[in-house]
Design a protein around this ligand. Structure first.
Ligand SMILES: Cc1ncc(COP(=O)(O)O)c(C=O)c1O
Length: 426
């Protein structure tokens, strides 16, 4: 039996001293009932909650765990750098080494700037696009997530219409919509944001057509605007390069984060020479942006990315998970869809408009030691083995049987009703 005494106690204490008890994407408020909020340990593919329950983790810290938690080579690099310096009055040698390694790896890029979170990098991209020629309009796909910053955060609290006054929204993967949006911007178009694939929450994921990617490049060129690919989520899980390199399209800027230091806090903005001067015009910084330890971790992570078959392994393992799950759904007559790249799968049920089956399925899998998400794309990490996938499929098979057996009595998820009420309050 799973225990949750310590988690419940921490939640109670948190409710006193942390607004809402928890905030942001790691709040379990939207997860199925019983998901643990607090974790004590992580190693390889496994996370252990504060009550000692162990899970095979398909969220990978919402992306950063690329090679396995506490990867020994990355941790050795962390320890070596920690013994020398971390946050001091100026950066260390790893900053230059990392910029060189990133510029070598990312075909479109001639330079790199480092920061802490993905939202820092996308906001810098926005500023550079505007600083370049003093133009204001920026195209962003409907519902695309580029960070919890006033210009993009998905909830309305504390955001003014003015924060988004110069954003124009278009439909992802629709060249005509993109052209129409650009027309609206006229001669004031500074930049176009695009994600490597459409990864909205609560929705099937959509891979881009090359035609759309080429149209984005062409529209940016016609308007002398910058094309920005937001690789914060998908970086290094699609390519050892910018993800749109697989479509034959090179952006001017690409934003990176999450995986770069395999969990150490570091993100980056990469750019080409067209954007270099504008990058020197903006003032951006942070107390921890130059810390040497995460940079040393990233240098080591990139070495592993270059020298191993981690990416092919991710694709193999992700495909095994996806095909196993779809086969289980077919066998049980429960139609499941798995969309997006196999290395970042979204799993939703067909004909589940209020997500009740997806929630019940994930809850049942979690109780059997597999941590999945019912509304967000998941992440495969390179420490996962075929044996991990077999164990996972044992749990998901039992979870699907549970859904099938209890189909008639499964209620819509309470968490979603609560969340809808919260958003409606604004
Ligand atoms: C595509 C994308 N862009 C930007 C961000 C923001 O990154 P961060 O949460 O590190 O600020 C995220 C985070 O999930 C993301 O998925």
């Amino acid at each position: 039996m799973r225990r949750n005494t310590k988690d419940a106690e921490l939640r109670e204490r948190a409710a006193q001293v942390i607004p809402g008890g928890m905030y942001g994407h790691m709040s379990t408020a939207m997860m199925p009932e019983g998901y643990p909020q607090y974790f004590a340990q992580a190693e390889g593919t496994r996370i252990t909650d504060v009550d000692g329950n162990v899970y095979i983790d398909f969220m990978c810290a919402y992306g950063p765990n690329l090679l396995g938690y506490r990867h020994p080579d990355v941790m050795a690099a962390v320890q070596r750098q920690q013994a020398l310096s971390d946050t001091v009055t100026g950066p260390g040698e790893p900053m230059v080494q990392l910029a060189e390694a990133m510029v070598d790896m990312v075909s479109h890029a001639d330079w790199a700037m480092f920061c802490k979170n993905g939202g820092d990098a996308t906001t810098m991209a926005l500023m550079i696009a505007r600083a370049r020629q003093g133009k204001r309009k920026v195209l962003v796909a409907h519902k695309a997530y580029h960070g919890a910053v006033p210009w993009n955060t998905p909830r309305p609290g504390g955001v003014l219409p003015e924060d988004r006054a110069h954003l124009i929204y278009y439909d992802y993967n629709d060249p005509q919509a993109l052209e129409d949006a650009a027309k609206q911007a006229g001669d004031d178009l500074a930049g176009i944001f695009a994600a490597p694939f459409r990864h909205d929450t609560f929705a099937d994921q959509e891979l881009p057509d090359a035609e759309y990617a080429r149209a984005a490049r062409a529209v940016a060129d016609q308007h002398d605007a910058l094309l920005i690919v937001d690789d914060v989520r998908a970086g290094l899980r699609i390519a050892r390069d910018c993800s749109w390199e697989t479509l034959g399209v090179r952006p001017d800027l690409s934003a990176w984060g999450k995986v770069l230091g395999n969990g150490q806090p570091i993100s980056a903005l990469m750019g080409n020479d067209k954007a270099r001067e504008a990058a020197q015009k903006i003032f951006v910084t942070g107390s921890f942006w130059y810390s040497a330890v995460p940079m040393a971790a990233a240098v080591e992570t990139l070495r592993i990315v270059r020298e191993t078959d981690y990416l092919e392994h991710l694709q193999r393992i992700g495909t095994m998970f996806r095909e196993g799950l779809l086969e289980q759904g077919r066998t049980l007559g429960l139609p499941i869809k798995s969309t997006g790249p196999a290395t970042m799968p979204m799993v939703l049920f067909d004909d589940d408009p209020d997500f009740r089956f997806g929630y019940a399925f994930c809850q049942a899998a979690m109780e059997r030691g597999v941590y999945l998400s019912p509304y967000h794309n998941m992440f495969i990490n390179a420490a996962m083995t075929e044996d991990d996938i077999r164990r996972t499929l044992d749990a998901t098979g039992a979870a699907l049987e549970h859904v099938k057996k209890n189909r008639a009595s499964i209620e819509p998820p309470a968490a979603l009703a609560k969340m809808a009420a919260l958003v409606a309050e604004h």
